[in-house]
Design a protein. Sequence first.
Length: 150
Amino acid sequence: MRSEFRGNLEDSWPTATAAIAAMRILVADDDLSTAIRTILEQAGFKHVDAVTCGRDALVRHARQPYDLLVLNRRMPPIGALEALQHLRAAGDGVPVIVTAAGEIDEKALLTLGVWDLVPKPFCSRDLVDSTIQALGVEQYRRSVDGARTH
């Protein structure tokens, strides 16, 4: 049985600044990648790409880094945990939101620096809220890092 999101796409969305809405997001989910991309696009995000496996997410992110990854915990052949381990071992601190159904090893995800865990089925508003928060913190971190180098 496929996972489903709950929530109405017509709900009023929280708003992102233009700079946050322009940041690049990559969604990797073997069941809901298109639905999650649609939710984020309808919320005003301009650059949302979607793939159906963690390996493809790692390859695309390595070619041209994204500002945020939204990864499903279980995807063949590489799920969120394995993808996070690979990213962090490579020194990549990209923010990651994990979507998951069933039991979750929250400690392992937090140890790897996951930004947020959005349980399935999820309310589309929760996903959008988490995305705005993660990108806002990433934008702030970059501005602070940029100020330090000048």
